[in-house]
Design a protein around this ligand. Structure first.
Ligand SMILES: Cc1cc2nc3c(=O)[nH]c(=O)nc-3n(C[C@H](O)[C@H](O)[C@H](O)COP(=O)(O)OP(=O)(O)OC[C@H]3O[C@@H](n4cnc5c(N)ncnc54)[C@H](O)[C@@H]3O)c2cc1C
Length: 382
């Protein structure tokens, strides 16, 4: 049976980042994923903030950047439009992006095994209350793979996405209520009629408790999708087809994927014994917009660093609790605020239109003070 200091389950943005920072600290690190190829298939709107790149020492012009947009447009159900200038939004080639994140982890010394499904956690050890006990005293737990093989680990970082197998096997997360599970789907479309200058969001489109999006990717292509709360009865794919026909008539659809995302608050505990939950596994998603890439990376970095320190400095297991405090300090206030807004905004099929009078004055102020939005954006990433 192989033993590693840190085993990370899931090679998405959260897990790849966790593995990168754990390995950087000198911990022997194994990254496992059930997919055959990193980043494939892409089930995502592929939108992120431009400031994600410098924050993680990534090149802002790297091959993972598909397109940068100068304007963010919100279209309300009765046709009113708000344009926000100055938000630095970027569409990714997410498959290339994830591959690069994994390569960065491997450059730091992490090993990766794809096509490897983790079934659960074994014997995670006891939580230490003694400050004298070090991780060297513990009988380490580990993970069990689908083929029955076991891998021992001092720390397990579960970045295994929504409906986290590890989180459930540890009793840390429960299956989300249907209304707290967003459903979303997207096509990559090609058309000369795509406005490449702006990212567009259509609130309440097709009667959804959510929105549809057109996110340009350059070269006459765009990521076009629709998302809604799980409880909505709308048949999403025909709704998305109608949306495309209405907004980009005649567009050629090149590929289709669908998935779900947690639009709820994180669980009360994201550390239990030697297991830490990262990203979607801990519902670290913006409940209004559905963005979770950067949050997963922020939490992954914190988890990887703390796991590395724990192992390298032979700290007591209670040291891992630092993760809980650190990620909450950085992400929780905004997650909570967005969850609250989502509860107000999407609780009925018509409520999105009531948000126009609330957002419109803010939009005017933002556009009157050039640079304010990008300043706020940068502040959030510090
Ligand atoms: C349709 C859609 C559109 C979205 N659009 C955006 C967007 O535009 N911008 C944005 O920021 N966010 C978006 N999101 C959310 C975003 O995709 C997630 O928040 C983000 O991927 C979270 O990263 P993660 O690393 O936590 O999890 P994931 O990216 O889900 O990675 C989890 C990994 O774990 C692996 N895994 C799962 N279970 C196991 C197991 N048992 N054993 C081994 N491996 C396992 C999976 O194969 C996967 O590779 C969207 C989501 C959806 C569904």
């Amino acid at each position: 049976m192989k033993t590693f200091d840190v085993v990370v389950v899931g090679a998405g943005p959260g897990g790849a980042t966790a593995a990168r920072y754990a390995a950087m600290s000198g911990a022997s690190t194994l990254l496992l994923d059930r997919r055959r190829e990193v980043g494939v298939p892409v089930v995502c709107g592929e939108l992120t903030s431009g400031s994600t790149f410098p924050e993680f020492s990534l090149d802002s012009d790297g091959p993972w950047v598909a397109h940068q947009m100068g304007i963010t447009r919100i279209v309300f159900p009765e046709g009113k439009i708000l344009d926000f200038h100055g938000i630095k939004l970027v569409t990714l080639h997410r498959d290339i992006f994830e591959k690069h994140l994994v390569e960065m982890a491997m450059d730091e010394g992490a090993e990766i095994r794809m096509n490897t499904t983790v079934r659960g956690v074994t014997d995670p050890g006891e939580t230490s209350t003694s400050t004298h006990e070090t991780n060297n005293d513990l009988s380490f737990g580990g993970v069990v793979l689908k083929n029955g093989e076991q891998v021992r680990a001092k720390v397990i970082i579960a970045a295994d996405g929504v409906k986290s197998t590890i989180g459930k096997s540890m009793g840390m997360v429960r299956a989300p209520a249907i209304r707290d599970l967003g459903r979303a789907m997207k096509y990559i479309v090609r058309s000369k009629n795509i406005d490449q200058s702006m990212g567009q969001f259509f609130a309440g489109e097709e009667g959804t408790q959510g929105y549809a999006w057109i996110l340009p990717k350059g070269n006459d292509t765009a990521n076009v999708g629709i998302g809604t709360l799980g409880g909505t009865r709308t048949f999403l794919r025909p709704a998305l087809d109608r949306f495309i026909e209405k907004r980009i008539p005649g567009a050629h659809k090149e590929s289709f994927t669908a998935g779900c995302l947690p639009v709820t608050l994180p669980p009360t505990r994201t550390v239990w014994k030697n297991v830490m939950l990262v990203g979607d596994a801990a519902s670290m998603v913006n409940s209004v917009g559905g963005a979770g890439i950067r949050n997963a990376m922020v939490a992954g970095r914190i988890a990887g660093r703390i796991a590395g320190e724990y192992v390298q400095e032979s700290k007591p297991m209670s040291y891992l609790e630092k993760y809980e405090k650190a990620w909450r300090k950085k992400l929780y206030p905004r997650l909570r605020m967005n969850y609250f807004i989502k509860e107000l905004m999407w609780h009925s099929e018509t409520s999105s239109k009531h948000f126009y009078p609330l957002i419109a004055p803010m939009n005017r102020i933002m556009n009157m003070v050039p640079g304010l939005l990008s300043w706020i954006q940068n502040k959030q990433h510090m």
